[in-house]
Design a protein around this ligand. Structure first.
Ligand code: SAM
Length: 227
């Protein structure tokens, strides 16, 4: 049984991923600390990388309280046609995300699991995920990649920011401390290179585009333009 099963919402119970209903209320206080103050910088990198036209449909997977989802919606300048959708399995995260986004026209949130996305094939121009992949084990990583490729249009890009194999002693210290603190085997998998292994086994072409604090990498994955 999942460690915090009794605290999980009905949707969260559908996944083996590490969901955060229990942390929803404190998440926005903790996230900047856990990213060493770089949370918003990662968001800016993701948005720059997407080089948006302004009218796209974007999916934010494992969106938490929807801070990046809101930044993306703001960057989508055509408020009539664009839409940024945030998805998370923790219903309490989604409740807070919806509250924070009240009044924003081009934003939408769904409580659902990433390994079974409730969207049609080829329905998004791009997808993003920040600090989500270290919450799901290797088999789920591969399922989520397959699902993301399914819902992206041909040529669509998926920008991922997550814990990676550390490259410095400081990065090793941060990554191993996170593993020790949260007792989360999924973090150890990322440290051991399993995220990259899942990318290799998946449907995307991928590359690492930048590396931060010695253990966080920004990846760009691209779906083939031809079926
Ligand atoms: C560390 S938080 C990241 C939130 C946000 N993207 C950010 O950068 O602050 C990871 C999120 O993944 C969610 N999650 C875990 N497993 C999931 C799954 N299978 N499907 C959807 N969301 C999941 C958790 O509930 C949690 O909100």
């Amino acid at each position: 049984m999942h460690k915090k099963q009794h605290l999980r919402s009905a949707v969260a119970r559908q996944t083996e991923g590490v969901t955060l209903d229990h942390a929803a209320k404190v998440y926005d206080t903790l996230a900047p600390l856990m990213t060493l103050g770089l949370e918003r910088r990662y968001h800016r990198i993701v948005i720059q990388r997407l080089a948006l036209r302004g009218d796209e449909r974007i999916l934010d997977i494992g969106c938490g309280t929807g801070t990046l989802t809101r930044d993306l919606a703001a960057a989508l300048t055509d408020k009539q046609t664009s839409l940024c959708t945030g998805l998370d399995a923790a219903e309490k995260m989604i409740e807070i995300a919806k509250r924070k986004a009240a009044g924003i026209p081009n934003i939408h949130f769904d409580a659902a699991i990433a390994e079974r996305l409730p969207y049609e094939d080829n329905s998004f121009d791009a997808a993003v995920s920040t600090f989500f992949f270290h919450h799901i084990h290797f088999a789920l990583k591969k399922k989520v990649l397959a699902e993301t490729a399914r819902v992206l249009k041909p040529g669509g890009r998926f920008i991922v920011v997550d814990v990676d194999t550390p490259s410095t002693w400081f990065g090793t210290l941060c990554a191993r401390s996170g593993h020790w603190l949260f007792q989360q085997n999924e973090i150890a998998e990322n440290i051991d290179g399993k995220l990259r292994e899942a990318f290799d086994a998946g449907p995307f072409h991928w590359k690492a585009v930048s590396h931060h604090s010695g253990y966080i990498t920004v990846f760009e994955l691209t779906k083939s333009a031809t079926p």
